[in-house]
Design a protein around this ligand. Structure first.
Ligand SMILES: Cc1cc2nc3c(=O)[nH]c(=O)nc-3n(C[C@H](O)[C@H](O)[C@H](O)COP(=O)(O)OP(=O)(O)OC[C@H]3O[C@@H](n4cnc5c(N)ncnc54)[C@H](O)[C@@H]3O)c2cc1C
Length: 451
């Protein structure tokens, strides 16, 4: 019996893809330049089917890859060769929603945005808001510990998971709840499908803020804007969101779909405040006072204009193709005080190498997303863009930062772990992977330091 035959017997022929041409659809995630053709893709409907699938892969000695929305930008959902892909697309049930207890239990394939809408319609809020929420799944968010623009004030996915069920590499089920089994919950979150396949998630919800205000300011220079961000927070202001867009990003947005962003500005900061109406009003005043103090070259815009600029932020990623058809979307996180200098170094390196780069990020938590833009049909451009990965890792680490703010390490940054971590830390990382998955069955080649 082939692996595909075993898989068909588990999930039924209609829920299997093994035609070579159709398999190409599953060879990618959202990371450009990475692909890997799997042997077979299965669409299970239950945890028990996932258990059987993992055991079938073990019997055939094939690697396994869990796949959610395939929006990874770290190539963590690119299949290892000849693997069994376990796609959670059919597992989109919200199993329970208890508004009084503010808890929900969901299957892993529930799309993030759909869940956030579902919660909002019932008067509650699920804060993690990755920009990919229209396509990403809650299982994928757990596996990458996804964050978003509101992470600074509200936290990332990890802060909302109270209990998890997952299928291990041996096909067994672990069920871990905080606080007693918190270490197991924490090991699985952010493990990029390398320690277990998440089958059920219990999530905490919060009351939505009763009021919010959007504001924005344009700066002459990107480093001024980034230097201003930590100073804003030092006043005690806790914005729900504090987003940074540089000139190249603004120009791409305006070329794709004009929203009235200032094309001659060096950068803009977008600020969202939320909370009780009175507190929001007071924070807004504080914000305006601090920004007004920022000196020349600054334009603070009214609330309506800010709303339009925020809309532009939401659809930003696709706009970058107006500069070059392809991009490498990077993600580093540095101490806030180092943001301006990190930006200047990355921009300087990119300019000296002739690589177009658009940089935006979540300024409150120190995350910058340099996007290297290139034409994939031009090998020189492609190589120059890819070479920036190493530069950015080195600049970020030298600034006291970490390799990833939110996308994870995947296949793209796994190689940099040896630069970022001490040998005992690398050993501890390898020991953890070995304890969960001694046969390297689950998503081999992603995340963990090379042996
Ligand atoms: C335009 C764009 C914007 C983005 N913005 C953000 C952002 O703001 N914040 C952010 O954090 N990320 C962002 N990302 C990255 C990506 O969307 C997140 O990493 C997201 O959490 C991935 O979810 P997914 O369902 O698409 O997972 P996939 O891409 O399918 O998989 C990602 C990883 O999770 C694993 N996985 C998936 N499902 C499971 C499961 N059930 N059990 C175990 N492992 C599983 C996969 O094996 C893989 O290792 C963005 C991506 C794009 C393309």
């Amino acid at each position: 019996m082939t692996l595909a035959d075993r898989v068909r017997a588990i999930v039924g022929g209609a829920n299997v893809v093994d035609e070579p041409d159709a398999l190409w659809t599953y060879a990618y995630d959202a990371t450009m330049g990475y692909r890997g053709q799997p042997a077979v893709v299965a669409f299970p409907a239950s945890e028990s089917q996932i258990q059987q699938l993992v055991r079938a892969a073990a019997a055939a000695d094939a690697p396994c890859l869990a796949r959610g929305g395939a929006t990874s930008l770290a190539a963590s959902a690119v299949p290892p060769p000849e693997s069994l892909v376990i796609d959670t697309n059919r597992m989109q049930r919200i199993e329970s929603f208890d508004a009084n207890a503010r808890r929900a239990i969901v299957q892993p394939g529930v799309v993030t945005h759909a869940f956030r809408d579902f919660a909002a319609a019932r008067g509650l809020c699920y804060p993690p808001d990755p920009s990919s929420e229209a396509g990403s799944t809650l299982g994928g968010n757990v596996a990458t510990n996804a964050g978003g623009a509101s992470a600074f004030k509200y936290g990332v996915t990890r802060d909302f998971v109270t209990r998890l069920r997952a299928v291990t590499a041996r096909g067994e089920v672990v069920e871990a709840a905080r606080p007693a089994a918190g270490p197991v919950v924490d090991a699985l979150i952010g493990s990029e499908g390398t320690l277990g396949i998440v089958t059920q998630i219990e999530l905490r919800l919060v009351e939505p803020p009763p009021a919010r205000a959007l504001r924005a300011a344009a700066f002459e220079s990107p480093t001024d804007a980034l230097a201003r961000a930590p100073r804003l927070l030092e006043t005690g202001l806790v914005p729900a969101k504090l987003e940074f867009l540089d000139a190249q990003t603004i120009q791409a947005i305006e070329r794709a779909r004009p929203r009235g962003l200032p094309e001659d500005a060096g950068a803009v900061l977008l600020v969202e405040l939320d909370g009780e109406p009175e507190a929001v009003r007071a924070e807004e005043q504080l914000l305006l006072d601090v920004l007004a103090d920022a000196g020349a070259g600054l334009e603070i815009v009214d609330a309506d204009t800010a709303e339009r600029w925020w809309a532009a932020r939401r659809g930003l990623s696709a706009s970058l193709s107006r500069i070059r058809p392809a991009k490498i979307g990077e993600d580093i996180c540095v101490p806030r005080r180092a943001l301006a200098d990190t930006y200047a170094r990355i921009r300087g390196e990119a300019e000296s190498r002739g690589v177009p780069v658009a940089i935006f990020g979540h300024a409150a938590d120190g995350t910058l997303h340099p996007n290297m833009l290139y034409d994939p049909s031009d090998p020189t451009e492609r190589q120059a863009a890819a070479a920036m990965l190493e530069v950015i890792a080195a600049v970020g680490l030298a600034a006291g930062g970490v390799l990833s703010g939110e996308h994870g390490l995947g296949r793209v940054k796994r190689g940099f772990t040896t630069q970022a971590m001490t040998p005992p830390t690398l050993d501890a990382m390898r020991a953890l992977k070995q304890a969960f998955d001694p046969d390297q069955r689950l998503n081999p080649g992603a995340m963990w330091p090379p042996v």
